[in-house]
Design a binder for this molecule. Structure first.
Ligand code: MN
Ligand code: MN
Ligand code: MN
Length: 292
C-alpha cells in the first residue's frame, strides 16, 4: 500500500531530554521542536517516561502533538540494541514495573563504573555523578563531567578516551534483558516497538538482516528508516530491509543536544514513498489520518 507523506506534517519520533542523557529539559526540547516546525513529537528518553508529563504540558502550549515514547536497551546475541516504544499505554502497570527494572540495571551499572574508577581517587565519585545527573541514575557523560571538574582530565572527550570509552575501565556493560522480552513489554502495553537507528550497531549487512528478522519474529512492528547522520545509501538499504520484513517505517532525529549541525529536531531525510508510516498505526493521534 502506498501512502504519500503529508508535506504539512513534520514528524520526529526519537529524541532525548534531561530525563535521560539529553541537554534540554522536556519544556526546552518541545519549544525547540516547535521552533523547528515539528507537528508531532515523541520524546524517547532512555528507559524512562519521567519527562513525558512535562513535555505534554509544553506540547499543549505549542499545539504540538506529543506521542508517548521511550527508548529501551536490550540484548541481541550480546550486542546492546535499542528499541523505541511508541504510543503505549502510560498507565500500564506491567510496563511501569519493567521500566523500574531497567532503572535498577542502570544503578547497578553506575555503581560498577564508580568502583572501577575508584583508582582515580576522586572522592564521592558516585554521589557527585548522581548530583550531576540531577539526582537520577548517572551515565558515562555524567561521570565524564565530574572527572573534568576534579581535574583528572581536560575535557569529556579525554575522559572517554582514557577511562570511559570502549574497552576502558569505565566501559561497563549493563545486564539488559533480551530483545524478545523488551518487544513484549511494549506490545503488552498496547504500543508499537521500533528497531532504533539500525546502522548505529556497526553490524554487517548480513547480521543486520538477521537482527531485523529476529525482531520481526519477536513481533516488533517498525524500523527506523530515517535518522540523523545517515547517508542516502543507508536510507536505501533500510528501505529495502523495511519492505523485505514487511515492517512499518519510522523516523526520528535522535536529538540529544543543540549545536550539532548534523542532528536537529525534525530535520530528517524524507523517507521514500511506498513505505507504510508507523504513525498511520497510532491509536489516537490528532492531525494524522489513519489509512482508509
Ligand atoms: Mn542517548
Ligand atoms: Mn539509541
Ligand atoms: Mn536515542
Amino acid at each position: 500500500m502506498t501512502i504519500p507523506q503529508d508535506p504539512v506534517l513534520c514528524i520526529d519520533l526519537h529524541c532525548h531530554s534531561t530525563a535521560s542523557d539529553g541537554a534540554l529539559t522536556p519544556t526546552e526540547l518541545v519549544n525547540r521542536a516547535a521552533g523547528q516546525k515539528v507537528t508531532h513529537l515523541a520524546l524517547t528518553d532512555h528507559d524512562t517516561v519521567g519527562g513525558l508529563a512535562e513535555a505534554q504540558s509544553a506540547a499543549a502550549e505549542n499545539s504540538m502533538v506529543l506521542i508517548p515514547g521511550v527508548e529501551l536497551s536490550c540484548l541481541w546475541r550480546s550486542h546492546t540494541i535499542h528499541i523505541v516504544g511508541l504510543d503505549f499505554d502510560l498507565d500500564d502497570a506491567g510496563f511501569r514495573e519493567a521500566l523500574d527494572r531497567q532503572k535498577s540495571n542502570r544503578w547497578a551499572r553506575a555503581g560498577m563504573i564508580a568502583e572501577r574508577l575508584a583508582r582515580l581517587a576522586i572522592p564521592d565519585l558516585l554521589e557527585r555523578a548522581t548530583a550531576e545527573a540531577g539526582g537520577d541514575v548517572p551515565g558515562r557523560p555524567h561521570f565524564a563531567r565530574v572527572m573534568v571538574e576534579a581535574g583528572v582530565v581536560k575535557n569529556a572527550a579525554q575522559a572517554f578516551k582514557r577511562y570511559l570509552g570502549a574497552g576502558k575501565a569505565g566501559d561497563v556493560k549493563a545486564y539488559w534483558p533480551e530483545l524478545q522480552e523488551v518487544v513484549q513489554w511494549v506490545n503488552s502495553a498496547g504500543g508499537i516497538a521500533v528497531l532504533a537507528h539500525p546502522r548505529k550497531y556497526k553490524l554487517t549487512a548480513t547480521k543486520l538482516r538477521e537482527l531485523t528478522a529476529d525482531f520481526r519474529r519477536a513481533e516488533g512492528r517498525a524500523i527506523e528508516v530515517s535518522t540523523s547522520g545517515q547517508s542516502s545509501g543507508d536510507l536505501g538499504f533500510l528501505t529495502e530491509l523495511c519492505m523485505r520484513e514487511k515492517l512499518l517505517a519510522s523516523q526520528g532525529s535522535d536529538f540529544h543536544f543543540p549545536g550539532a549541525p548534523w542532528c536537529e529536531l525534525g530535520r530528517i531525510m524524507k523517507m521514500p514513498d511506498g513505505l507504510e508510516p508507523v504513525w498511520h498505526h497510532f491509536r489516537q493521534v490528532p492531525g494524522i489520518d489513519a489509512p482508509g
